[in-house]
Design a protein around this ligand. Structure first.
Ligand SMILES: NC(=O)c1ccc[n+]([C@@H]2O[C@H](COP(=O)([O-])OP(=O)(O)OC[C@H]3O[C@@H](n4cnc5c(N)ncnc54)[C@H](OP(=O)(O)O)[C@@H]3O)[C@@H](O)[C@H]2O)c1
Length: 248
């Protein structure tokens, strides 16, 4: 078991990549703490993970909710060994249609929420701790209509280097995992019509050297590697799991 008795916080753990990671981390021996916002998905996740898991409603756009969640973890477990800072969402819009509200909504969740998750969790972490942040293939390629979402992910990539440097003296590793296009509900929340969605999906798939979307479980396995002691000499890096999309 790669995470035996570790306490692992997974944000955005009620769906897609985070949900698969929470299940895998638990199967590898971790006590998992999962966050999300949607009551139905929170309930379904709690039922799936069972009594050992702590499933918390946390809107990461609100720092006081992050603080409350970290306090609950401190009260129940007393420490955090792994943070998978994974929650994220995006909205698609071309340059001329991007609004201040769209920029604020995406940065407040994807970047600010991730930053404060790490800031508030770090005091509960000790030597050997691991932080894994979810970036995206979008930080390496330009994609029309996804400028703001992509910029949030590029900001996270930078943050991983800075916080990795800050936390290295304490023996805490900070890495990113960069998924390619993955079959999750993420895409249905971009604000595209069904026709735009299937057209975009087909266009992206045609560019992926392995000729398919990835599965959430494939990202979960890579996140497990970075979270575990298997990656004990790896920090500041970004593990790309994208079917070759950004590499060839
Ligand atoms: N799918 C892809 O193709 C792809 C590619 C590259 C990178 N990524 C990244 O992978 C990460 C996970 O995405 P996914 O594909 O697994 O998407 P997903 O299935 O839509 O899951 C997103 C998760 O984020 C949570 N979330 C959304 N808004 C939140 C908020 N305000 N506060 C707290 N949690 C919130 C959701 O919880 P609720 O639903 O309960 O609110 C859900 O658990 C994201 O950071 C995404 O940018 C995905």
């Amino acid at each position: 078991m790669k995470l035996k008795n570790k306490v692992a916080l997974v944000t955005g753990g009620t769906s897609g990549i985070g949900f698969e990671a929470a299940r895998l981390f638990q199967a590898e021996g971790a006590h998992v703490v999962v966050t999300g916002t949607n009551p139905e998905r929170l309930g379904a996740t709690a039922r799936e993970l069972g009594d050992d898991a702590l499933v918390l409603a946390v809107d990461l756009r609100k720092v006081d909710e992050i603080e409350r969640a970290i306090e609950e973890i401190r009260a129940k477990f007393g420490r955090i060994d792994v943070v998978f800072a994974n929650a994220g969402a995006g909205s698609a819009a071309p340059l001329e249609e991007v609004t201040q509200e769209q920029i604020d909504a995406q940065f407040s969740l994807n970047f600010r929420g991730l930053f404060f998750t790490i800031q508030k969790a770090a005091p509960l972490m000790t030597k050997g701790g691991s932080i894994v942040a979810t970036t995206s293939f979008l930080n390496a390629v330009g994609t029309p209509g996804l400028s703001i979402l992509s910029a949030t992910k590029a900001a996270i990539r930078s943050l991983v280097r800075s916080l990795g440097a800050e936390l290295a003296p304490r023996g805490i590793r900070v890495n990113a995992i960069s998924p390619g296009p993955i079959a999750t509900p993420f895409h249905t929340k971009l604000g595209l019509s069904d026709a735009q969605l299937s057209e975009t999906a087909a266009a992206i798939q045609a560019k992926i050297p392995l000729q398919r979307f990835g599965e959430a479980s494939e990202i979960a396995k890579a996140a497990l590697y970075l979270a575990s002691d298997d990656a004990s000499f790896t920090t500041g890096t970004e593990l790309v799991v994208d079917g070759g999309l950004t590499q060839f």
